[in-house]
Design a protein around this ligand. Structure first.
Ligand code: ATP
Ligand code: MG
Length: 216
């Protein structure tokens, strides 16, 4: 691998299987000898984890733009402290949620102008974009069934219509984002989703000249 690494973000609605897929991908890549850095959003840094608490436990009626700025602030910390240094030293970064969550949740979900959110994302991230974004598409009702029994956070407690807009937003995003964003069918079993994800990662790594050896 050249000096600059490879950046993968994992996206999707609540309970779609993001964390399951993230850990599967990391295990696979590590078994192939890649150095992998895992992060999650919001969070991934000490300041980011504190911002996460405000976002997930703050008042129900938090202003949508306040919410957006908090996510962006946590993202900035994550980019500066984790993502950029890892990419600079040639590592693979796997991030559970990134810029597309802002577009899906604060844009399609809350109704904030997407054009503005894109500009803010660019500012917050210093323009650091994933090489590949895997969006797990699942019906939000199904997602919530999977996380049934979990203590729901402020955003998860939103109405089902909100979560449906988020899901539809992700699907639109995947359609308009070109080669970077790939949609995975989240109703399939985890093993199958992981297999598809790995094949997409290999293809994209090849395309970007980041694949190690002939085969990973
Ligand atoms: N493809 C799948 N089919 C069925 N169940 C799944 C699938 N993927 C994950 N699960 C299960 O669904 C639950 C939620 O999965 P996971 O925590 O990976 O989702 P998530 O998208 O990270 O959720 P959250 O939005 O809470 O972070 C877990 O119990 C997990 O084992
Ligand atoms: Mg998760």
């Amino acid at each position: 691998m050249g000096r600059w690494g490879f950046f993968i973000s994992i996206e999707g609605p609540e309970g779609s299987g993001k964390s399951t897929l993230t850990s599967g991908i990391i295990k696979y890549l590590e078994s192939k000898g890649y150095q992998v850095v895992y992060t999650r959003e919001p969070g991934g840094t000490p300041t980011g984890e504190m911002i996460r608490e405000v976002l997930l436990r703050g008042s129900e009626d938090m202003n949508p733009m306040t919410e957006a700025f908090l996510f962006l602030a946590a993202r900035r910390e994550n980019v500066v402290r984790n993502i950029l240094p890892a990419l600079r030293s040639g590592k693979v970064v796997v991030c559970d949620r990134y810029t597309d969550s802002t577009i899906a949740y604060q844009g399609y979900g809350r109704g904030l102008p997407i054009k503005i959110l894109r500009r803010l994302n660019k500012l917050a991230t210093l323009g650091v974009k994933p090489d590949l974004t895997l969006v797990i598409d699942v019906n939000p009702e199904k997602g919530f069934e999977r996380i049934n029994g979990k203590d729901l956070d402020r955003i998860e407690r939103e109405a089902m219509e909100f979560h449906t807009r988020v899901r539809e937003g992700y699907v639109k995003l995947a359609k308009i984002s070109g080669r970077r964003v790939k949609l995975l069918d989240g109703s399939k079993p985890p093993k199958e989703i992981q297999k598809e994800a790995i094949s997409l990662i290999i293809d994209r790594m090849k395309e970007k000249g980041k694949l190690r050896g002939e085969e990973i």
